[in-house]
Design a protein around this ligand. Structure first.
Ligand code: PLP
Length: 281
């Protein structure tokens, strides 16, 4: 596998990052993950826009223009012959002697790699994903796509220990989002509900695309927080992310959702999302 580090394309075995990199020492960095389908970057513009915003919020200069980022991503996809999978990119504040404060004018570290995996088909898809709820232990600026992911790692470990696919994080009685996804429910009244954007959640790129499809279909989307009880009583539930696209949820904390199988609206949104993504819309 060929990876990209600070301007160089290298075999992964020989690529390395200095011990004093602030991404390693402090989690002082930002990342993005874009899906690749049929060799195409999916929804990449909004991922690069969010990257720019996240970097700005923590005062790391964006090392590349959107055009330059896209060129590097496409070059890496080509060098790895990647047809389907993910492309990960990370920007850290750079390398300096360990201190909370860093010298001015540091050069950010840039790392990029691909992961070949099937995105359109997944083991969880046919019967739907099982989810547990966990307390949301994260910091107060979850709108920033920071590489400091300890709370999400713990949530994913709890999910794995429970034998389920994803953890939905709960704060003050309402679901904020999944450990690596945006949470949605479909109410008995047919309303599609997800939390409004704020500092409490990451503004999902897939969420945004799904909302456009919902509007095009003339369906009702309601942006409001929902409780675990509401989710348990929902007609359907699903989560969205670059790596899972639109994933049906068929159980929460061991209790079946809807009929316990993927809901029709969720399946349709997944299909529409994939079609639109491949058309480059
Ligand atoms: N929320 C969190 C906490 C995430 O980590 C992710 C993706 O990794 C998402 C939501 C979904 O975002 P996107 O659709 O942009 O992949």
């Amino acid at each position: 596998r060929i990876v990209y580090v600070n301007g160089a394309f290298l075999p992964i075995e020989t690529a390395s990052i200095p011990v004093m990199d602030r991404g390693f020492l402090f989690g002082d960095g930002i990342y993005e993950v874009t899906a690749v389908l049929d060799g195409h970057l999916i929804d990449n513009e909004p991922h690069l826009a969010r990257l720019e915003r996240s970097l700005g919020e923590i005062d790391i200069p964006n090392p590349h223009s959107r055009e330059a980022w896209t060129e590097i991503q496409q070059a890496l996809v080509a060098r790895n012959n990647l047809s389907e999978g993910l492309i990960y990119l990370e920007v850290t504040r750079g390398v300096a002697e360990r201190d909370f404060l860093s010298p001015a004018g540091l050069t950010p570290t840039v790392v990029m790699f691909t992961q070949a995996k099937s995105v359109r088909t997944s083991a969880a898809l046919a019967k739907g994903a099982a989810v547990i709820t966990v307390p949301d232990l994260r910091w107060a600026r979850r709108d920033i796509k920071s590489t400091s992911l300890l709370a999400q790692v713990l949530a994913k470990r709890a999910a794995a220990a429970a034998g389920v696919n994803e953890a939905w994080m709960v704060e003050d009685g309402t679901v904020t989002e999944g450990a690596s996804s945006t949470a949605f429910i479909v109410t008995k009244a047919g309303e599609i509900v997800s939390r409004p954007l704020s500092h409490a959640v990451l503004p999902g790129v897939t969420r945004r695309a799904v909302l456009r499809l919902v509007a095009e279909k003339g369906l009702t989307f309601v942006e409001r927080p929902f409780t675990v009880e509401e989710a348990l009583a929902a007609e359907e539930a699903f989560f969205t992310s670059a790596s899972s696209l639109v994933m049906p949820v068929t159980s929460i904390d061991g209790r079946p959702i809807g009929g316990g199988s993927p809901g029709p609206l969720t399946r349709e949104l997944r299909q529409l999302y994939i079609e639109a993504a491949l058309e480059g819309r």
